[in-house]
Design a protein. Sequence first.
Length: 321
Amino acid sequence: MRRTALAMTLSLTAFTLAACAAPAGQAPAEPTFLEVQPRWTSCQETAPDPDSDMGTDAIDLPPVGGSFPATAVVVCAVEHRTRPDGGEDLVATESRATDIEALLAALRLPDEALADGACTLELRGVEWFALLDDLGRWVRPGLPTDACGKIRMEVIDAVAGLQLTQVSSRVLREIVSAEAAATGCAQQWGDMVWVETSQPSGRSNGTAVAFDADQSVRLCRYAVPDSERGSSKPGGDFESGVVLTAGQWPPIAAAIEAAPIAAECSTQATRFAVLRRTDNLGGEIYVELDGCRRVMTTPVDGPPALVQADTGLIASLTKVG
């Protein structure tokens, strides 16, 4: 529970927020300390992974109270940013604002008493932020919580309402390559054939039904990196992709529907393909391009079917595009 500050010792690096008097018959609580850092450097140095815990670790920090003379806030956040080539990066940003009255008021709210009833399970987070004073010193304040022990919405709304000015940004990693974006394929995809066949399921071993021959179909090919091989849900990285022409899809669809029931096999694929309609309706078709070389169709309105690909079908899916 947040406590009202009764005593304070201020130095260059820290000041103390003393706990309020304990109720009669209870021992006084230990005082808490809100550290004042001598000078702000950067988000990269102070919060290298600002979205790792959605700010929830600040719930356990001491409240700011009224002793620190905050005049600005620095917010360390991450965002998805589309590049001119169509690819997408995860970018860390550092921004500042001086309109912090509403934020300070929200931070000084008390913790609400915990409710006896049920609470929702969603994780409520907020960007990593710190308060600065005119000398450049900074503190990371504790966040008041609601009756479910989550960050109070007043704090989240106050951070969202800040008039931020971005001062720097840096690319953390690529999310979507330019090549994947150009083909309409996702950068990563799971090998669902392996997921489906490595556990008991209600899949049908009957005839696989492909998309209609007149549908526009996208083919995406993925390679499973070494780090994913052997896992229960191996993820593949985008390798190549193409929208099949009106002449390419019908023979592939016919080969899938004519394929026999898949043979028993337990060799995990290192490459696989995913076929989807370009309108993203109608489910998916997965094809192991090596390993067991099975085909799994996953219609929207029925169980998946598992059949065996022949060398001609594998060659068509490997060479096209």
